[in-house]
Write a protein that binds this ligand. Sequence first.
Ligand code: PXL
Length: 270
Amino acid sequence: MAPPPRALTIAGSDSGGGAGAQADLKTFLACKVHGMSALTAVTVQNSLGVSAVHEIPAAIVAAQIESVATDIGVGATKTGMLASAPIIEAIAEVIDRVDVGPFVVDPVCASQHGDPLLTPEALDAMKTLLFPRATLITPNLNEVRLLIGLDVVDRAGMEQAARVLKDFGPQWVLVKGGHLPSGDAVDLLFDGESFTEFRAPRHETAHTHGSGDTLASATTAALACGASLPDAVAEGKRFVTGAVADSFAIGSGLGPVGHFWRIKDWPEPA
Ligand code: PXL
């Protein structure tokens, strides 16, 4: 049997299982991709928020990436919570030496509760060291504000943000409009010349923990399977739209999106 496509997430652990590396690995499975992880941090977290963070040493983050890339092989990679500037520096150094495939940077800055997942110095490191190496970056509107100080309230603002972010050097920018107050959930993909729109009906729910991670990991899974970048983003949007529609309340705070919506008809365990 031919081995399955392989994808790597460089991300933090969410002990609650809804976001971070756990969301990515569940998404990779649901997309029939062998998932691998380079953990950057362990968060102590439940549906009410993050109560502690333990960072992984930068050298160990880089070593995890090198270890899987040089032996198992990586078809595509995404990043999530990167925690600190030294970790970002170590990632930039290692991905110049080993092949990690198309590189998707989801510029995670904070949890939905507002708990910081990145130091302020790390924000600069992400812009200068990772964006130029990225195939795709996937900021939401809160991240746009933190990254470039732009308050986006409409589609024109999303286009302006994409143009500014493109100048940091990524091949593609996906500005996610899900935080706009109403209307469809619209994301805009920009390659430096033209915009492609990805639109889905908005599903009103508070339980969207891990939705950004899930969009980026489903996109990365599609890239690992050989999809073009726009087709991969379309697949990411399809997957996260299904997962948001299938979100559920667990714990007394914010619940996760449903990562197994597409594989619910798998046979029940014996
Ligand atoms: O959803 C962004 C995110 C990424 N990674 C980790 C997280 C969160 C949000 O809480 O905890 C580890």
